[in-house]
Ligand binder design. Structure first.
Ligand code: ADP
Length: 552
């Protein structure tokens, strides 16, 4: 028996756009400019300019449905225009991670066969040297001021964004697309191997946006203003630009001003109520505020994810600034919302902590299981570890195989029955709270037992003299592998003897897990999206480039 519902109404991005620009037409997008006044616009005006952009792409540049249109842009209102125009007209938005090494950027533009690149003028110096190697790009559209002389020898046609939009109609007859049509694509940051392209559908974006808006997720309302510090090229700024058009939440966009100073200034001046970013950004902000106090009291919550958020950072935000941190887990392949750490109701603030430091609970749209080390699945008992596998309507089913090629389903990423293998190792409690202990490839296998590098890092970063810590497995004759602890001491703190850090760790960590190899670092190497890049540390260790001290 079939339903009697309007199941044929497709869940498309143009519906989100139409809703946002009419029902929430006055909601604001404010972009930081570094000048006296930020740039201010509304959802209504953004929607009208999205229509102009679609006309320009179709009529002036000959863009067709399914063409990939790339953006190399910061978080700003023009990027939001592209976010809605490109998928709504049936083409595919490809956000380029501007922090990727040149080689990888060239790889992904060619792999996706992008026809057009919208680029912020300030990023032209980054793009120009790559152009001779970009095989499919026919048009470069420059958004905002920048030195276009670097494009003098470029084979592609160069356009100015504002000139392209000027005078075009402010409404567009968006096609009624199949909700499974490709809407946007994002390549994983390639911590291992070549970057792999995840292609989101209109349906997956729509459903994920609803999830972002749920109270047990980010739960924002028209009274809120969110500051997505997380870049729009990093898993669609965690879905915020789409989600806010559903609910009328205003946005404060940082553009290229991502250093702690300007972030603190824009929070003080524009008073957002919510913000989202990876832990390194927040650590920088905490340090900045300690040195130069600013009023960030407008922030009620910040969502932190992308890598494990140390408890010490959550406490510092709450105790020093009255800002509540919500820890979240996700991946490019999961759109990214996979889990969020909201505690159960009815607890005292102190009782909430053990829940809040986990990676959180899965929403109804994300099913999870733990593949046990010896085969089968580990129980949700809070202590049996396994590799996390997930499935659901906003989880990737495959990677983009390239133009005209079938999708890729590498065995190490997808189980035979179609679940995504996340590469993350952890435990799940009976009430569904996920605690990650490691990435599968970072687990330290010592004498047949597993040591969690993340647990050691968090314990080290809880020490007041330690700014950052990264722990990696190094080979050991006796035990197979042992942890090597790399520490960055806080500015102004005397480096401590490693024995003292070991004693400190011993208060929370089992003795046999304590590292005997130690090294002091100037900074922990980071990936293009600000995560600890442990493969660099491993390489430096293997090449004998680190000055390692061995205790005992
Ligand atoms: P990449 O895999 O290239 O780093 P992603 O941005 O997709 O790119 O990263 C997803 C990974 O980031 C997850 O598989 C997980 O290892 C890590 N991660 C994300 N959020 C958290 C978190 N809250 N705690 C620990 N690890 C996290």
């Amino acid at each position: 028996m079939l339903s009697t519902m309007q199941d044929d109404v497709p869940l498309t991005i143009s519906r989100i756009l139409r809703h946002g620009m009419t029902v929430h037409g006055d909601a604001r997008i404010t972009t930081w400019t570094g000048e006296a006044e930020p740039h201010r616009t509304t959802f209504r005006a953004t929607g009208e300019r999205a229509a102009q952009l679609a006309h320009a792409l179709r009529d002036a540049l000959g863009v067709r449905p399914e063409d990939r249109i790339a953006t190399l842009m910061w978080n700003n209102s023009q990027h939001v225009e592209a976010y809605f125009a490109i998928p709504s007209m049936g083409s595919v938005l490809h956000t380029l991670n501007l922090r990727l090494p040149a080689e990888q950027l060239v790889f992904i533009v060619n792999h996706a066969a992008d026809r057009v690149i919208l680029v912020n003028g300030t990023l032209l110096p980054l793009l120009a040297p790559l152009l001779p190697r970009l095989e499919t790009v026919e048009h470069i559209v420059v958004v905002g001021p920048g030195d276009t002389s670097v494009l003098a020898d470029c084979a592609a046609q160069v356009h100015d964004y504002e000139e392209l939009l000027a005078g075009r109609p402010t409404a567009y007859d968006w096609p009624e697309l199949d909700e499974r049509t490709a809407a946007a694509m994002c390549y994983t940051s390639g911590t291992t191997g070549d970057p792999k392209g995840v292609v989101y559908s209109h349906r997956s974006v729509y459903l994920h946006s609803m999830q972002v808006n749920m109270a047990e997720s980010m739960g924002l309302t028209t009274a809120d203003t969110t500051l997505p510090v997380v870049p729009m090229f990093h898993v669609n700024a965690w879905g915020l630009p789409h989600a806010v058009f559903m609910t009328g939440v205003s946005m404060l966009m940082p553009d290229r001003f991502l250093q702690p100073g300007p972030i603190a200034e824009m929070i003080a001046a524009e008073r957002p109520t919510h913000a989202a970013a990876v832990p390194v950004i927040w650590q920088g902000l905490l340090d900045e505020l300690a040195a130069t106090p600013r009023d960030i009291s407008s922030l009620k919550t910040v969502t932190i994810g992308g890598s494990a958020c140390p408890r010490s950072m959550m406490r510092a935000f709450e105790d020093l600034h009255g800002v509540r941190v919500c820890h979240a887990w996700g991946m490019t392949e999961t759109s990214p919302l996979g889990s969020l750490a909201h505690p159960p109701g009815g607890l005292t603030p102190e009782e909430e902590w053990p829940y809040r430091v986990t990676q959180g609970r899965f929403p109804a749209g994300v099913e999870a299981r733990l593949a046990a080390p010896g085969g089968g699945f580990a129980p949700w008992d809070g202590s049996s570890p396994g590799e996390l596998e997930v499935r659901g309507p906003w989880i990737a089913d495959a990677y983009f195989g390239g133009v005209g090629k079938p999708p890729l389903r590498p065995e190490e990423k997808f189980s035979p029955d179609g679940w995504l293998r996340t590469g993350d190792v952890g435990v799940i409690s009976p009430d569904g709270y996920l605690t990650l202990t490691d990435r599968a490839k970072d687990v330290i296998k010592s004498g047949g037992e597993w040591i969690s590098s993340v647990e050691l890092e968090n314990a080290l970063m809880a020490h007041e003299s330690v700014a950052e810590a990264a722990v990696v497995a190094v080979s050991d004759e006796k035990w197979g592998e042992r942890p090597l602890a790399g520490v960055v001491f806080r500015e102004g703190c005397e480096p401590l003897p490693y024995e003292e850090l070991c004693t400190f760790l011993g208060t929370t960590i089992a003795r046999w897990q304590l590292p005997e190899r130690w090294v002091t670092l100037d900074a922990v190497p980071k990936t293009s999206v600000g995560k600890f890049d442990k493969k660099v540390l491993r390489r430096q260790y293997a090449a004998g480039e680190l000055e390692v001290t061995k205790l005992r």
